[in-house]
Write a protein that binds this ligand. Structure first.
Ligand code: PHE
Length: 378
């Protein structure tokens, strides 16, 4: 294809016609051959949607020195007799506008093609296998310990449930039989979400999960509720304003404290490898009776003495709180009271992990220090 402006150049129109045309169609027809060449050049250029091709097209037609329009200006308009200048000037303007519109369309298409190509080349192939070793992640030790705890109970038929971290005082306290004047409700201990979220607080334990589960599901049931909890504590080696718990709840027609002991002793055996456990009387408003469970120190075999750092010499390690579900809770959860018996327990995941791995400072879990975290990689 010829893109040269002077190829097959027609004779100047004033040599073939007596009068310049007046209608716009006839004026445009003066340069009919150029309009056709322009259209052909544009469709040829479209086959190569590059910015370079679009730029070359613009130069060929609109280039300041060599462009077809500039040449026509010099060779056709300038030498034209005065009577023809107006019509020829209008025809040239039409051609110029058409060339400019086509050049713009080609440039836009080229930009689009470039963007598409960039997107395609930057696309992530999620089907590619990962590169092992190079920065491969691993579950955080806390999530891992939490999953291991949940797994042990899953083996006993417990399902997993979750509750919201943002709770109401009803679920966090009232429905758990915690009286309005209980110190745990104090602003010193509980993070209330303030005037923007009236009535809401960050759950201080996973026990609201007991009520939420029993509201949804009638006994018999067995669930564990892992999750984050919050207390208004200043961070130090054994405190963090956010930590993790796993709650457990089993309710049936006939469950006794013996079932509670058997279940939790099984857990301790599997998780810590210990054989002996003891239950010390304790108090929680939502269990009655309540107990604290200790396992025999697996580091010193229960011998204790000043040398054992794991149990601080007592031979026992406290691992969780537990008890028989307080009868009031069934009522709060909308279940028939007097019909069900159950037990509940709650353990701190950080505490369990620290005991198991001999970690001396709870803050290590939250520091993001890879030297610490990488020790828990498989
Ligand atoms: N919610 C109690 C705590 O955070 C633990 C617990 C759970 C005790 C279930 C008894 C039964 O300390």
């Amino acid at each position: 294809m010829s893109t040269r402006a002077d190829a097959g150049k027609p004779a100047p129109p004033w040599q073939t016609a007596a009068q310049p045309p007046e209608t716009s169609d006839a004026i445009q027809a003066l340069l009919a051959g150029y309009f056709q060449r322009l259209a052909e050049d544009a469709s040829a250029s479209r086959r190569d949607p590059s910015e370079a091709a679009a730029q070359a097209f613009r130069n060929r037609w609109l280039g300041r020195r060599q462009g077809v329009l500039q040449q026509l200006h010099e060779t056709l308009l300038k030498p034209a007799p005065p009577a023809w200048k107006k019509a020829l000037g209008q025809a040239l303007n039409l051609l110029r506008r058409e060339a400019d519109a086509l050049a713009e369309a080609l440039e836009a298409a080229a930009r689009q093609a470039a963007a598409r190509q960039r997107l395609a080349s930057e696309a992530l192939d999620i089907t590619l296998p990962g590169s092992p070793g190079a920065g491969r992640g691993a579950p955080h030790p806390l999530l891992r310990v939490m999953d291991e705890i949940v797994e042990i109970f899953a083996g006993l038929g417990y399902s997993r449930a979750e509750g919201p971290e943002m709770e109401t005082a009803f679920y966090n306290f009232e429905a758990l039989n915690i009286p309005p004047d209980h110190p745990a409700r104090d602003e010193q201990d509980t993070i209330y979400l303030g005037p923007g979220l009236p009535g809401l607080l960050l759950r201080t334990h996973t026990s609201p999960g007991q009520i939420r589960v029993m509201q949804r599901q009638a006994p018999p049931l067995r669930v564990v509720v892992p999750g984050r909890v919050y207390r208004r504590d200043t961070p130090d080696a054994s405190h963090s304003p956010m930590f993790h718990q796993v709650e457990g709840l089993a309710v049936d027609e006939q469950l006794s404290f013996a079932d509670l002991k058997g279940t939790l002793e099984h857990f301790a055996r599997v998780y810590f490898g210990t054989t002996r456990a003891r239950f010390r009387p304790s108090y929680f408003p939502f269990t009655e009776p309540s107990a604290e469970m200790d396992v025999e120190c697996f580091a010193c075999g229960g011998r204790g003495g000043a040398a054992c750092r794991t149990c601080k010499g007592s031979g026992w390690i406290e691992i969780l709180g537990c008890g028989m579900v307080h009868p009031e809770l069934y009522r709060f959860a909308g279940q028939a009271s007097g019909r069900w018996m159950g037990f509940a327990f709650g353990m701190g995941v950080e505490r369990i992990a620290m005991i198991r791995y001999g970690i001396d400072d709870i803050q290590r879990f939250y520091s993001g220090d890879l030297r610490f975290l990488e020790q828990f990689r498989d």
